[in-house]
Design a protein around this ligand. Structure first.
Ligand code: ATP
Length: 456
């Protein structure tokens, strides 16, 4: 993480919005919270689900060279010997001799305790994997680890995937799942959580073609964030220096995002060479090589790994979407979330609680929620209700007024422009569908004929 701290949006504003509107809460809050663990509230869970769905669609559904997996969190302990995690997944820690707080020695600026200025011990290596026991007996033979990354589940299943799918190189495996790291330096909201979710790809290629695929995936992954609304100027690529490279990596780039506290990693893309398959072959005794039917050669594929964090993506999308603009005599807070990511796609708002309006609005609500996450709100003034939806990034509101009862039309109000158009109730679903997919559709009153604006 670099020093730069441009005041784009205060982290406190994001944390407060997340808390106030039910995106993210501290874990087990009624007991005082659990350090670096977070609970996703009713809106947060939708945002996360939408991020994961968008990723899965882009990297699995829309491609013919990728398949998915869902492997177990606990794996055979030998996995972590082979992967190098048992020996190498360590941080150097120092302990304060007075207050006994522990610090990552590579994070410290001085040589005394940042909390009480006390004297520090020599650094000791500390493994970041969480340990537990499998079965009823707590002994060393039954120790298992909570996975610190989802990647290993894909490496150990390489042969299963080749045999069952008949996939030929180059092809990839994708997985979304929880990972656990006993992080020492925590803080900055969901950064360095101890329990988090990853979206990882292991892309298997013929050695010699790895450079080309490495570049391909860097570009592909960068574009994914941009397509979903992250501003290009808030993203940068950073190549790892030789000293920084992990033991398994031949090359690695981070996609950094300009978070409120400065540039920090959002996703890492590594060229892992043949390290993983060679190691697992050695430790399992099972061959993990690949037979190329065209050239009749056996070889161990190289692996390109784009590894992204769901939680960090959620935070980046929230920070990038956050906006405040003057509206009448107040500040309008809004999230310009991409429609694919918005937790709620449409809000249905009857102008008043009069029985006839409520009945018409509830019918529309029941109909639209067959297709998307829709919310219904009839509390307080219509202006307040628009603001509430703006603040959580709902792209469209549908308002039902007294005229709707006469002319069978409703108003669609757009979040970003605050433009309003009048649409026949019968055309609501089709119009919203097109608008959510980004079509510039307008409906001309009266009669509600739908026409498409010419794209310039
Ligand atoms: P470290 O800096 O601790 O060595 P890293 O940032 O290099 O770890 P990777 O091992 O490259 O992390 O993990 C891949 C992705 O998983 C990261 O880009 C990030 O999005 C996510 N991730 C890793 N650790 C955490 C964490 N503690 N909390 C939230 N997300 C994480």
């Amino acid at each position: 993480m670099t020093e730069q701290a441009p005041k784009k949006v205060d982290m406190e504003k994001i944390v407060s919005l997340c808390r106030r509107r039910g995106f993210i809460f501290p874990s087990s809050e009624i007991y005082g919270g659990l350090s670096s663990c977070w609970d996703y509230g009713p809106l947060g869970v939708e945002l996360k689900r939408n991020i994961k769905d968008a990723w899965w669609r882009a990297v699995v559904q829309e491609r013919d060279d990728m398949v998915g997996l869902d492997t177990s969190i606990m794996m055979h302990p030998q996995t972590w010997v082979a992967s190098g995690h048992l020996e190498g997944f360590v941080d150097p820690l120092v302990e304060c001799k007075s207050c006994h707080l522990r610090w990552r020695s590579d994070d410290l600026a001085g040589d005394s305790c940042p909390s009480c200025r006390g004297e520090l011990t020599e650094p000791r290596l500390f493994n970041l994997m969480f340990k537990t026991f499998m079965g009823p007996i707590e002994e060393s033979a039954s120790v298992v680890y909570l996975r610190p990354e989802t990647a290993q589940g894909m490496f150990v299943n390489f042969q299963n995937v080749v045999n069952t799918t008949r996939k030929r190189l180059p092809f990839g495996i994708a997985q979304i799942g929880k990972a656990f790291r006993n992080e020492i330096t925590t803080g900055n909201f969901v950064f360095r959580s101890r329990e988090f979710e990853q979206m990882e790809i292991e892309f298997f290629v013929k050695p010699g073609t790895d450079g080309e695929w490495f570049n391909y995936w860097i570009e592909e992954r960068l574009n994914w964030y941009v397509k979903l609304g992250i501003k290009k100027e808030n993203l940068q690529l950073r190549q790892h220096t030789k000293q920084e490279l992990a033991h398994y990596a031949r090359d690695c780039y981070d996609i950094d995002y300009l978070f409120p506290m400065g540039w920090a990693e959002l996703e890492g893309i590594a060229n892992r060479g043949d390290f993983d398959l060679v190691q697992h072959t050695k430790y399992s005794g099972k061959s993990l090589d690949y037979f190329d039917e065209e050239t009749k050669e056996h070889f161990i594929p190289y692996i390109i790994e784009p590894s992204a964090g769901v939680d960090l993506s959620a935070l980046a999308f929230l920070c990038d979407a956050y906006d405040e603009e003057p509206a009448e005599d107040e500040i309008r807070v809004l999230l310009h979330l991409h429609p694919d990511l918005a937790p709620i796609k449409v809000a249905v708002l009857p102008l008043s609680r009069r029985e006839k309006l409520v009945a018409a609005a509830k019918k529309i609500y029941a109909d639209l929620r067959q297709h998307w996450m829709v919310s219904y709100d009839d509390a307080q003034s219509i202006g307040r209700r628009y603001r509430r939806q703006d603040e959580i990034g709902t792209p469209f509101c549908v308002t039902i007024d007294f005229q709707s009862l006469e002319d069978e039309q409703a108003t669609i109000r757009e979040r970003d422009s605050m433009n309003q158009i009048r649409v026949p109730i019968a055309e609501l679903k089709g119009t919203l569908q097109a608008k959510l997919e980004g079509e510039p559709l307008f409906v001309l009153p009266p009669g509600g004929q739908i026409w498409k604006e010419e794209k310039k």
